[in-house]
Design a protein around this ligand. Structure first.
Ligand SMILES: Cc1cc2nc3c(=O)[nH]c(=O)nc-3n(C[C@H](O)[C@H](O)[C@H](O)COP(=O)(O)O)c2cc1C
Length: 378
């Protein structure tokens, strides 16, 4: 890992170490990938205001997230199928987050189950919920998250219908992997991945195997998701979820001011301004484009989290300058996981931490609270 200096290095190593279907699953977006690209391109357009001769010897990137101390304004976002990027991937990613002192969010679509992770890590983690048609199962899933002492529920609200990801269809993306000649050739060149994932004991959706029909044989992920996820979900269902989940609630996937105002009314403590990393509504604006409007509308009522396109500490600084309280990263740490398991995720977090500290120094600020629009060039 010593020659890895940026997130792109981790991405390239991930690409070399993990079969194409799973690398593409992490890397690519929906349809023409316009929103995927806009997320990164719009962040890069934001320029900093360099300041000089300010005492920046006491820089500190720590903050609080929903009232809890965090070593960085950073959260590992829910990412499905981490256990297909690296054996027991969710456990490795969660351990890396906890070692770094930041929150980890487990996806509903994880390979390791909630109980598996809870048994293998030291501290509570967050649980992300997709609402499926079988509400009895969803109630039980929330109760499992409560029993595992998950410290926040992240309700993802931007995936009632699934945005088509061409690469997943072309690659025949399945869980567990389906065998074909081209896949066998691909797997043969990735022996460490085969040893960790194919020969590991966790190879299907840990949270839902045995509860939802057909997880074992209806494996085309996008078709399966489309058949299970509840397209009738609406604001009215929030009360139902609120009655089962008493703890901190975060609504993830908000891009519109009207939706943000609605979220403030249903008792959510936070929202994540997010377009699902450009994997859902292609042609939607980048997350950073809509962030300032949402902060103006609801920033005084709820904590505003941000994700989409963050590949560096500079990007974190840009989002904080425009009003986010913290940022989630998805691909940046998934690349680290594919590249090197827990050490790779730790590396991703460390890269972003160092970049953030340097950027704070060159913009003349010492604390996260000091970061505001004044650090940006006009
Ligand atoms: C491979 C992959 C799988 C994802 N799976 C989920 C998921 O299961 N639940 C969810 O709420 N978001 C999911 N997301 C979206 C992320 O939580 C996050 O919004 C997104 O990755 C942020 O963009 P970034 O990858 O540019 O950081 C996924 C993203 C990726 C890249």
């Amino acid at each position: 890992m010593k020659h890895i200096t940026c997130i792109e290095d981790l991405r390239l190593l991930h690409k070399r170490r993990v079969p194409k279907a799973f690398f593409d699953y992490a890397d690519r977006g929906s349809y023409a990938e316009e929103t995927l690209r806009a997320n990164s391109e719009d962040l890069k357009k934001i320029k900093f205001r360099q300041r000089i001769l300010v005492d920046v010897s006491k820089r500190d990137p720590s903050t609080t997230i929903l009232g809890e101390p965090s070593s960085l304004p950073l959260i590992l976002a829910p990412v499905g199928l981490l256990g297909m990027q690296h054996g027991d991937g969710e456990i490795h990613a969660c351990r890396a987050a906890q070692a770094a002192g930041i929150p980890f969010t487990q996806s509903t679509m994880s390979i390791c189950s909630i109980e598996d992770i809870a048994a293998n890590v030291q501290k509570p983690f967050w649980f992300q919920l997709y609402v499926m048609k079988d509400r009895g199962f969803i109630k039980a899933l929330i109760e499992r998250a409560i029993a595992a002492k998950c410290s926040a529920l992240v309700l993802t609200v931007d995936l009632q219908v699934i945005g088509q990801r061409h690469a997943d269809i072309k690659n025949g993306m399945t869980v567990p992997p389906e065998w074909s000649l081209s896949k066998l050739i691909d797997f043969a060149s990735k022996p460490a991945w085969v040893a960790g994932v194919l020969q590991g004991k966790r190879r299907t959706f840990g949270n839902i195997a045995g509860h939802v029909k057909n997880t074992e044989d209806l494996n085309r992920l996008s078709e399966w998701t489309a058949s299970q996820f509840d397209t009738s979900l609406s604001w009215k269902d929030l009360d139902w979820i609120r009655n089962i989940w008493p703890g901190k609630l975060i609504l993830k996937g908000i891009l519109d001011v009207e939706d943000a105002l609605e979220a403030a009314k249903v008792g959510a403590q936070a929202i994540v301004v997010s377009n699902h990393g450009g994997r859902q509504l292609d042609g939607a604006p980048s997350s950073i484009e809509v962030l300032p409007g949402i902060v103006d509308a609801v920033g005084s009522k709820m904590e505003i989290m941000f994700d989409g396109g963050i590949r560096s500490g500079q990007d974190v600084m840009r989002a904080l300058a425009l009003g986010a309280k913290s940022c989630m990263i998805g691909r940046a740490y998934a690349y680290g996981l594919g590249a090197g398991g827990q050490a790779g995720v730790e590396k991703a977090i460390d890269i972003i931490r160092k970049e953030l500290l340097t950027t704070m120094g060159l913009c003349g600020v010492n604390t996260i609270d000091e970061i505001g629009k004044q650090v940006l060039a006009k």
